[in-house]
Design a protein around this ligand. Structure first.
Ligand SMILES: [Zn+2]
Ligand SMILES: [Zn+2]
Length: 179
């Protein structure tokens, strides 16, 4: 459905031709001004589900006239045009997502990273909502990501360099094996 997602999943430092974004915005009835193109480009190439502050800090370098109000207005317009989604995992932190398909988000409480995972929205039972028109479904998980869990379980791993140094005295040095 949404093709910019692929750029994002492949990494953060992928550039998308602005012309391509221009076409996409026009198709969705958004007038593609330069700041709008740049905001969308940033969202499409950053997997972090950025906040307004993230977007502002990244773009003000290139567009010194950019204001947070412009970004808010731009995001608002994008939301109404349904080219992005707002993501609220913590009540006080609104993030934005160019992936407008139904998918789940996992937020790590240690490193604050947000991971995406596929969900089957039809498998979510909501029989109490008979007669309601559902326009958006959000699935949020919180916890500790595998990376942080590994660090937690084996703290000596992160300090392995120091440990090796200190154990040099008892352990045979590589030189002892040679000759
Ligand atoms: Zn997402
Ligand atoms: Zn983590």
């Amino acid at each position: 459905m949404y093709r910019y997602t692929k750029y994002r999943k492949e990494g953060n430092i992928v550039s998308i031709p602005l012309q391509e974004i221009q076409k996409y915005l026009l198709k969705n009835h958004v007038k593609p001004s330069f700041p709008r193109l740049k905001v969308f480009e940033y969202l499409a190439t950053n997997a972090s589900h950025p906040t307004v502050d993230d977007i502002y800090r990244a773009l003000v370098v290139e567009i010194p006239t950019l204001s947070k109000t412009t970004i808010y207005n731009t995001l608002d317009l994008f939301l109404r045009a349904n080219v992005i989604r707002a993501v609220t995992i913590d009540g006080n932190e609104l993030r934005y997502d160019v992936d407008i398909t139904d998918h789940g988000h996992f937020k790590c409480e240690r490193c604050n990273s947000i991971y995406e995972f596929d969900i089957d929205p039809d498998a979510l039972s909501a029989s109490d909502l008979d007669g309601f028109e559902v326009r958006e479904r959000n699935v949020y998980y919180r916890g500790i990501c595998p990376k942080c869990r590994a660090e937690e379980k084996a703290p000596e791993f992160s300090a392995s360099g120091a440990k090796e140094e200190s154990s040099d005295r008892s352990a045979p040095t590589p030189a002892a094996y040679g000759a």
